[in-house]
Design a protein around this ligand. Structure first.
Ligand SMILES: C[S@@+](CC[C@H](N)C(=O)[O-])C[C@H]1O[C@@H](n2cnc3c(N)ncnc32)[C@H](O)[C@@H]1O
Length: 266
């Protein structure tokens, strides 16, 4: 039995990682993103080293233990394309995209590959023109908030009830160099008093319906709302809960739907 540990670092954290794993053979994936693979004696050892690295704030994952499981591992580690020029990927994954958004979800939801997330990522990539303010409700790993700013938004604010996930979200903002423009918090949506050019929420439909009034109240004049995380059978009930939003045609990916709309000002 053998195992492996795949670890991502920048030039500042490489030495810290080598204090745990020993000297490594590092490959430069992109600007200041290094990756190394360490062979270890067993899958159990690999898992325990990954836990130690993660508890020290490093991005690490157990590698495929054998060639049989390498195919599944490689599929899971594939970058997620967004629009024509961007990709979202784990920090240890190579990408040739013009814009690479690195996400390590940690204890937060969202590596960027889930269809409900992808539906909103596509809208953000297509609609952000530059300088917008973005509110991401149910931000999980921060993928939508961080990607928004990587796509050109001026700033983003992410909210979630899962505080452990918010630590991962903050780390994701840092690793993408946008921490000065992205903030995360566990405050209630009803306590948000600012208005945003873009409000996105990828949450269970029942919660979206419950938050409808507060979500609408956060949309700045001329801004747009993106709701995702719903199945085709939930769309009409969701539309009814947002009766003063003019929604466009439903966006679909696999069995997931998203609604994009603006406040009806008539
Ligand atoms: C499906 S995940 C979406 C994560 C991420 N935005 C994405 O698209 O990958 C939904 C998130 O909403 C959060 N959530 C659930 N109810 C919430 C509420 N009332 N207020 C804020 N966040 C909430 C959950 O903790 C979870 O992180």
């Amino acid at each position: 039995m053998s195992g492996s540990v795949v670890v991502a670092a920048d030039s500042a954290t490489r030495l810290d990682i080598e204090k745990i794993l020993g000297p490594g053979v590092w490959t430069l994936l992109r600007i200041d993103r290094w990756v190394a693979k360490y062979e270890v004696e067993s899958e159990e050892v690999a898992r325990s080293l990954v836990a130690e690295l993660r508890s020290n704030g490093h991005s690490a994952v157990a590698g495929p233990p054998d060639s049989g499981r390498a195919v599944a591992w490689n599929n899971w580690n594939r970058p997620t394309p967004v629009g024509t020029t961007a990709e979202v990927c784990f920090p240890w994954v190579a990408s040739d995209a013009e814009t690479v958004v690195e996400i390590d979800p940690g204890l937060g939801f969202g590596a960027g590959d889930h269809p409900s997330t992808r539906l909103l990522l596509e809208e953000l990539a297509a609609r952000i023109k530059g300088g917008e303010s973005v509110l991401d409700v149910g931000c999980g790993s921060g993928v939508l908030a961080v990607a928004s700013v990587c796509f050109g938004a001026g700033n983003a604010f992410g909210l979630d009830v899962n505080e452990a996930g918010l630590l991962a979200a903050q780390a994701n903002a840092r690793r993408n160099g946008v921490a000065d423009r992205v903030q995360f918090s566990s405050i209630q949506l009803s306590d948000v008093k600012d208005k945003y050019d873009v409000v996105v929420a990828n949450i269970h439909d029942e919660i979206l319906r419950r938050l409808a009034g507060d979500l609408i109240a956060c949309i700045a004049p001329g801004g747009w709302l993106g709701l995702s995380g719903v199945s085709p059978g939930q769309v009409s009930r969701l539309r009814s809960a947002f009766s003063n939003i003019d929604f466009e045609d439903v966006r679909e990916m696999q069995e997931w739907n998203a609604l994009i709309g603006q406040v009806n000002i008539e």
